[in-house]
Every structure is written in C-alpha cells, then in structure tokens.
Design a protein around this ligand. Structure first.
Ligand code: IFM
Length: 764
C-alpha cells in the first residue's frame, strides 16, 4: 500500500492484507478487518457497501429482542457509507471493473487502509484510496478519509454519505432479517447532520452526529445538505473527510444525548483529521507497549498472533461492567453477541496480564449481574448464584431454545438447563485476576461475593448418594457438548469442588487480613461459619473421577462403557472427520468428544495432576476429540506441548489461523473470541511456559524448534515484567521505583528472587 497514506501506514509486519476483490469473501474480510475501541465495533466493509456485504456496527451492551428468539446485539445504523457515482455509474466493485484492489488492516494503529483502481464502461479509470479508524482516544468517534481521482477523463461526480439506516441484523436460523430500531429524529445545522434512532423494545437511544468536509486539490468545497454534485477535472484530487460520533442512552442521559453526540462530533472536527489521528495512534502505541508478543524465527506466526491480540484489544470494554466480550466479539452478530464462558477462561487472561484495569471492568460485568444470577438459582430451586449459560445485557438466561446443529439441522438446546460449569468458571476467573494482581480492594468490594455465592450454589446443587457415600452433580453438560444429560462430569465436579474449597480459603484469608470487610460481606449475603462447614464437608466427598482407570480421568459416569470408535480421517486442515457411521445425531453413544473437556481440566489445574495422569489422560482424550469447537485446539496445544505431543504445534496453528484462514468456515459470522484468547495463552502459557503454581509466577517454557526467542510482557502484582524466552535460557526484567523490590518467581522449577531494575538471565 502506498500513495496518499504512505506516511501513516505501519511496516509490513503489522499489516494484514487483502489482494484483489473476491465477492464471495466479502463477509469474511469484513470480520477480519473489523475496527473498534471496546465501545464501538465496526465491520470492515467497503465504503460503497457493495451487494452481498453485511455492514455491521455494534455498541458494547446495546441489545434488543424484537422478533428474535432471544435478545441480540443490535446492528445499529451504519456510519461507514459512501455512494459515489460518475455520470450515473456507481463507483463500486460490482458496477465497475476492478483494475487493482488491495486493503491493509494496520494492527499497530487500528486503521483500515484501502486502494482500488476502478475502470468504467468506457475504460476510464478512477483511483480510490481510503482510510478509517474508530478512535481509541475518543470512544464515541470515528474518522474516515477518501481520496478520489479520475485518472483518464474529466467527469461529473455525485456523492451521498449518510448514516445508513437500512441495515438489519442478519437473522439467525430462520428468523429472517430484523431491524431493531426506528429513526426518531433527523436534523441538520451548519453542515452537521444529526440522527437519532431508538430500539423497539428497550427504547435505547442511539444518536449520531456527522460532518463531511470536501476538498478539491486542497481547497474546501461547500457541502450541501444532501447530495453533493460537482465537476472534476482529469487528475484532480478530491478528498472527503468524514467525522462521526455515536452516543447511546446507556452512556448519557437521554435528555442530553443530542448535545453529547453533536459536541463529540464538533470537537473531532475542531481538532481536525491530523490531531484526531495522532491521539488515536498514541493510544494504540500505549496498548501495544504492554501486550505485543514477538517471535524471533517466525515472522509469519508473529503477525498472525498480533492479529489475535488486535481483535481482543478492539473489544475490551472499560465501562464499569456494562459489557463483557461476546463469543464473536463486536465483529458481527454470531451467537447474537452473547457472552459465554469463553470470555472468562479464554479472553480474560490477556487482559489480566497486560491491562488489569480493563480486566477488572470486564469482570464487573458479572458482578453487576449477580442479582440476576441469584434469581436464576432461586428459580431452579438452588441457593446462591447461578450464572446464565448465555448472557446479554441484563444477565438473564439468554440461550435461545433452538439453534443450528453441526449438520445444519435445527436442534433443541439444553445448555441453559445443564451447562452449569460456567458458574465455577466465573469464580475461577475472578480468582485468577486476584492471583495475578493481588487486588484486595476488588475482592472485598466485588470478587469475594461472587465466589461465595457461587460456592453456595454448588453446595445446593450437589446431591448426596447414600450408596456411594459421595456427593454427585447429575444431569449436566460439560464443555464436551456432544454428551448431554450426563452424571458427574469430571470438569464440572472438579471446578465445583475447587470453588467450594477456594471460597473457604479466601474467607479465612480475608478474615485474617480484613475482618471488617469480611463481616460486611457475610452480613450482606447472610453467610455464616456453619455454612462454610457444610462446604468443607461436601468438597472432599464430591465425585471427581480422578485417577480412575489406569490414570485416565473418567469424563463422566459411564463414559468408558460407551462405544470406542477411533478417529482416523482428517480434512485438508487436519481437522478430524467423523468416523464412518458416526454423526452429530448418534455421537453421544460414542467416546468421541466435541472439545477439550478433561483436557481443559488438565490445563486449568496443571499443578494438581501428576505428570503420568496428565500424559495418559491427555493422549486418551486427544485421540477422541473432534475439535468441533474453536475453543479446543489452543488448549490441546498447551497441554500437548507440556506432555510431548508432536501435534501440539499443529493445534496451535489451527487456533492461530482460525479466523485468518477461516478454518471453521464461518468467520463471516464473526471472530471466534475464545480462539483469540486461547491462541495468546498457547503462546504465553504453552510455549512460554508461564503459569501460576501454588500462587507463584512460574516459567517452564518449551519453545517450538524454530522459534529462537519469544518476547512478551506480563504484569504480575503490579509489575510489568519483560520476559524473553530462548531455547536454553530466560531473561527477566522489571522496573521499580523501590530498588529493594524483589519478586519470587519460579523458573525451570527453581524458586528465584528477581530484583528490580536488573536484567536476570536464568539458564536451564
Ligand atoms: O462456549 C462455547 C462452547 O464451549 C462451545 N460452543 C460454542 C460456545 C460459544 O463459543
């Protein structure tokens, strides 16, 4: 990419490029090239919105349910819309011929660049270049610039750029397209256009203000209210700059929404393109400073890893728990924008270790919905808090009753009634945040309450089996969703057991350190010592299936009695193919699992399993896993790398390229959020060997043979530690104002005290 934006665009190592226009890849590219700032998500559409494209703009936390089976994220009016015609011919890839076309997503700066040369029916060429960004500096603002040059002949141009209200939600299943809003006000004054839309059911206001500035060979051209028409000479450069702002009544008082939107846009216009750009880029620079990962020896993988990180950075919402990260981020409407366990166990770690402030805000999403989780538990006859399997804005259970199965047929969904593990996953995530940050304040204000209420839920959810003299958790779905309605899923039970035990430990710890704080929480949720005693009684008597059948963890009661059908066929992407005779309809009768389930457990509790149990269990389940979920390969890469599976790197690549290479064939429906986070963890926790063992930050790396160095920064207890992992050594460095600071870190299984401000080199 060069020409107009030469000075702005980053080096090649930061660019994801598109060469040529392929109509059938449009929607995939729109997902891959999405822009965002945690508040706004915007699909990477071409500005002329060609036929077949799916313009998508989303605001974190804006959901509605008009005509949908379940509440869904709203596709709000599209501010990225430009219709330019030359003597009646639309300048657009479908209407004209494309001589040359390329785009580049600049991940370093969060900018989408484009250069296209069109040719009309008379073979007259038009050079079209554009760039745009969703400001990281001002959350409500987006800026775009387009250059247009008729290369071969003078022409008459008409330009229309509006906030396009014709957009709809794509419509899952057979619901059809849906529009979730109506326009309530349109207004124009001094070249600023204002538009307000209101969602049908929740009455959320979405207010836009926009301004277009047009220059011809550097001179301003007056812009009329609606369609702009003018003559352009051959070779003359026309520059369009559009500033827009989007505010919602979730951010500002509805009475002030108009002025808020107008003021945001006016401020951006006043600052101008260059300053807005500088501020935006500065924010991105700060972001990458703490979360870039470099890989010496594999630039291609390094770039792909950045792609995964980039897509997490554009959806980290910092609004005090207003939103979390949905399973498809803010890149599209897949899974209706709902939040699953994907966030807590896959995406959160990146934020914990690189931007704990954002991690905290994202975790608050659950705390702010604890009331609803209590209601869900109560409605099912349980105590404490039970979090919904799919969550949207309110924290109510939002799982639709029907969905599309693996074979495309419509199937009934039971996850909302059985996939209980999410409640323990959330407790685990909060504890993870605490372990890495030591943020007592967060725990006292929010975290402990969630962990206690979750433990309370488990204590009421277990059933005592008199014959076995053990507690059980029956009728569940574990992460392996091929097997529904099973008893004692090892993953669920171990997570529940951990939740109970950790709640007791934290209660004790905080009682010692903050007796007043604990008694305030205990009073608030009526938690007395007697109840803790009950938890202590249940936890060790909960069936966990550990160390059964020759060191292999049993996935659930009766698992080993199921038909054992070997997976022997693989597709071109090395993804397993169902063995002959096995389909998504009868797979529950076999030992074939959908995704990391027991293997997930081996990862999350790496320090409680012996090496032998890990190896045996891992290989047993890895051979029987279909990876029919994008959550699966990254976890297999991590555990596989640890136990010496030669396929570990292949699993990593599968996760790394899930969306860049559209491995699951549905990137068009949105980015696979969990795969992004799983990929980051596979690099840092897998190959980089970073982890927490007995509360201590630990490094036990095992790099792929061709990686010479893996470099990253991890924030541990407030210190950003720069880590360089080589084949046979690790270098650690962190700065501190207190020269006497020392961090206890375990490297290659030896406990070290790492002093501040001095590079420590530790050899294997
Ligand atoms: O949360 C996952 C689940 O584990 C598998 N099905 C898809 C969900 C959303 O990504």
């Amino acid at each position: 990419m060069k020409d107009f934006f030469n000075k702005i665009i980053s080096n090649d190592e930061w660019l994801i490029e598109e060469e040529g226009f392929k109509r059938d890849l449009q929607r995939t590219r729109e997902t891959q090239f999405a822009l965002g700032n945690g508040h706004i998500g915007s699909r990477g559409v071409l500005e002329e919105i060609p036929y077949d494209s799916h313009p998508g703009t989303y605001i974190a936390g804006v959901f509605d349910n008009t005509g949908a089976l379940a509440t869904e994220i709203v596709n709000i009016p599209n501010p990225i819309f430009f219709r330019i015609t030359s003597r009646g011919e639309k300048i657009d890839p479908i209407a004209m011929d494309i001589v040359d076309h390329n785009r580049a997503l600049d991940m370093n700066k969060g900018i989408l660049f484009r250069k296209t040369i069109y040719s009309n029916h008379k073979k007259e060429r038009f050079k079209y270049e554009s760039m745009r960004f969703i400001s990281m500096h001002d959350k409500y603002v987006g800026v775009m610039r387009i250059y247009l040059i008729p290369m071969d002949a003078a022409t008459d141009i008409t330009v229309q750029t509006t906030i396009d209200t014709s957009v709809t939600n794509a419509g899952m299943l057979t619901e059809g397209k849906k529009r979730h809003f109506q326009v309530t006000e349109v207004y124009e004054s001094k070249g600023i256009h204002y538009l307000c839309a209101e969602t049908f059911e929740k009455n959320t206001l979405i207010a836009y203000a926009s301004k277009l500035i047009v220059e011809k060979d550097g001179k301003r051209v007056p812009v009329p209210k609606r369609t702009l028409r003018f003559k352009v000479k051959k070779g003359e450069v026309i520059c369009f700059t559009k500033f827009f702002s989007v505010c919602t009544s979730l951010d500002v008082n509805p009475k002030r929404i108009k002025s808020a939107a107008l003021n945001s846009a006016k401020k951006a216009v006043r600052l101008g393109f260059d300053k807005m750009l500088v501020r935006h880029v500065r924010q991105w620079r700060e972001k990458w400073k703490s979360c870039d990962v470099t890989i010496d020896g594999d630039p291609e993988v390094e770039k792909a890893l950045r792609f995964n990180i980039y897509h997490m950075l554009i959806c980290g919402n910092k609004k005090n728990g207003r939103a979390s990260i949905g399973a498809k981020t803010l890149s599209s409407e897949g899974y209706r924008g709902h939040v699953f366990w994907d966030f807590e166990l896959f995406n959160l770690p990146l934020f914990i270790y690189t931007d704990p402030e954002t991690a905290k805000h994202l975790l608050l999403y659950r705390y702010r919905r604890l009331g609803k989780a209590r209601e869900i538990a109560a409605s099912k006859g349980f105590k404490g808090a039970m979090f919904p399997w799919e969550s949207a804005d309110t924290g109510e259970e939002s799982t639709p009753a029907w969905s599309k199965g693996l074979d495309g047929s419509i199937i009934e969904i039971h996850t909302m009634d059985m996939e209980y593990h999410i409640t323990a996953d959330i407790a685990y995530a909060i504890n993870h945040y605490y372990a890495a940050t030591g943020d007592d304040k967060f725990m006292l204000r929010y975290g402990l309450e969630v962990i206690f209420e979750a433990a309370r839920f488990w204590a009421s959810r277990v059933e005592y089996n008199k014959h076995r003299k053990l507690y059980e958790i029956n009728k569940v779905i574990g992460p392996d969703e091929f097997h529904e309605n099973v008893d004692n899923n090892a993953y669920t039970n171990v997570m529940a057991k951990w939740n109970l035990l950790r709640a007791i430990e934290l209660y004790r710890l905080f009682s010692r350190r903050y007796p007043d704080g604990i008694s305030r929480i205990a009073k608030k949720i009526k938690l007395y010592k007697k109840e803790l005693k009950g938890w202590r009684n249940i936890a060790p008597r909960l069936v966990t299936h550990l160390y059964r059948k020759k060191n292999i963890i049993k996935a659930f009661d009766g698992y080993f009695r199921l038909k054992d059908v070997p997976i022997t066929r693989f597709d071109d992407n090395s993804m397993p193919i169902f063995p002959r005779g096995v389909t998504s309809r009868n797979v529950q009768k076999t030992q074939i699992v959908k995704q990391a389930d027991v293997v997930m457990l081996l990862y999350l509790f790496s320090d409680i399993f012996s090496g032998l149990a890990k190896r045996k269990s891992y290989f047993y389940y890895a051979k029987r896993c279909m990876h029919k979920s994008s959550l699966s390969p990254s976890i297999h890469a991590i555990v596989g790398n640890e136990v010496g599976d030669s396929k570990a790197y292949q699993y990593f690549l599968r996760s790394l390229y899930a969306d860049l290479k559209d491995i699951h064939g549905n990137t068009s429906e949105g980015i696979h959020a969990a795969s992004l986070g799983g990929t980051w963890q596979a690099a840092i926790n897998g190959f980089g060997g970073a982890g927490i063992r007995q509360g201590i930050l630990t490094f036990d790396p095992k790099l792929p043979p061709h990686w010479e160095r893996l470099k990253f920064i991890l924030r541990w207890k407030g210190h950003p530690i720069s880590v360089s992992v080589y084949k046979e050594r690790i270098e650690l460095y962190y700065k501190s104002k207190k020269k006497s600071d020392k961090l206890k870190i375990r490297v290659y299984n030896i406990l070290k005290e790492i002093p501040a401000n001095r590079k420590m080199v530790i050899s294997r």
